[in-house]
Write a protein that binds this ligand. Sequence first.
Ligand code: HXC
Length: 258
Amino acid sequence: MAYECILTETDGNVGIITLNRPDALNAFNKQLMDEVTEAVKAFEADDAIGCMVLTGSEKAFAAGADIKEMASKDYIDVMREEFITANWEEVTRTRKPVIAAVAGYALGGGCELALMCDFIIAGDNAKFGQPEISIGAMPGAGGTQRLARFIGKSKAMEMCLTGRMMDAEEAERCGLVSRIVPKGELREEAIRVAKQIAGFSRPITLLTKEAVNRAYETTLSEGVRFERRVFHSVYAFDDQKEGMAAFLEKRKPVFKNK
Ligand code: HXC
């Protein structure tokens, strides 16, 4: 499929999706999100790909949903379209890990899309915010829920009620991002980490991601029980035998991914 609002490429076993509407700071119109959905599905279906990176430009990951497109919608429109979740949640459904590499603005839906990814590596100029309140709206793609779970009620509430932006350092301090790198090195570093992940056992990677995500969907005791069951299943894979044998033989493992 030919894309107009995103760029896709592969680097080894990593699939890279770059949001690319520079004139609108990568604001999400329907086409852009349809394209992100298609690209994520295509990388998910491609056996050569083990991990994805979702990124924007140095100035903006994304400045939110496209206000020009949203401004004229009425209640019936948004309700019938199931705006905005209908074409936004593929990133949360894909089983392969997705790293958000965020430089510059990640605002509104941009912040929410980053939160849908498995973890966020931030450029040192990153700015996260939920400014919807200032345009007479509110977060509509999980911002109130994921921020509250990931960084706690007080910061989430303040961000959503005031629209205050959080810089990269504050975002790292409160656990919103895994770490900060200089903005010029962000893309390269995210791809390096993605290659590392893609080099491990694919099925075990998928199970590990699923287990961590379970922490946000269930009680602690059920989550731990789920983890134990999945952990046991790892012993059914050749890759477990290979990984442990390689350690004992002081060599690098060669995972079969079966
Ligand atoms: C449409 C946008 C846009 C957006 C920026 N642009 N954000 N267009 N939707 N969300 C456009 C501007 O209109 C402008 O186009 C161009 O991008 C450059 O933006 P400037 O404002 O000139 O840049 P700057 O002065 O550097 O300010 C950057 C900014 C500001 C602070 C990020 O653009 C801004 O506040 N944007 C809106 C952020 C926001 O409110 N996001 C939440 C959206 S609501 P022209 O043609 O004038 O050059 C949302 C709801 C989600 O996301 C709910 C469910 C998903």
